[in-house]
Design a protein around this ligand. Sequence first.
Ligand code: ADP
Ligand code: MG
Length: 246
Amino acid sequence: MSEKQEMIRVDKLNKSFGDLHVLKDIDMIVKESDVVVLIGASGSGKSTLLRSLNFLEIKDSGNVIIKGEQVERDTHDLNKIRERVGMVFQHFNLFPHKTVLGNVIEAPTQVKGIKKEQAIKDGKELLDKVGLGDKYNVYPSTLSGGQKQRVAIARALAMKPEVMLFDEPTSALDPELVGEVLSTMKELAEEGMTMVVVTHEMGFAREVGDWVVYMHDGKIVERGVPNDLFDNPKEERTQAFLSSIL
Ligand code: ADP
Ligand code: MG
């Protein structure tokens, strides 16, 4: 049996903002087609860790290794790496003056140099896939939050990333719109996309996650398969966190 490839390996990653030590010796491995769910209280460093995985934050020390390649600011084109590691944010950050399809084809045509015709064909397929096949030509302002977030997912996928990062993708949504975004993410996971997801949706973590990682105060306190971590947390910190939210 062949071992799954390591898509991301993080070794002893440290990051500070001024005097604030936000990531403390983080070690993490994300293998091909794994869904890793990051949980933890606000301020524990989840977003900073996620942003470090596609080099929106630059580490102070340690390593981030993408498919066996140690990525450094001096030796790598970080924009190229960011094409391989897509990201979806809490706030969708769509271009308001572009149509839905315009949003999706922007980066492939402008950054990757894909021909417009091809980008349109691919973009329509992606929008069909996220259930927005009837919205190609509307503007984001006419969409619900759940629809906007699905456009943001299609837009990230349009770059054909190898890994997708999600930072609280449903936290800004009205409760009735959360489900449609989570099911889009679940489908993506079932297709084998490698994903790292920060979320407070513990149902999603349990159902879709292969691994759950609990962070507290810049450190990884505990990690495990969802059923173990949720039903049988080993660390007191994890127990306290889970009982505060469940
Ligand atoms: P989480 O996503 O778990 O809520 P963050 O990674 O956003 O946590 O933040 C961790 C800590 O780092 C917090 O104390 C936050 O205020 C601080 N922080 C995050 N980004 C910055 C920044 N750009 N400058 C200064 N402090 C920051
Ligand atoms: Mg955050």
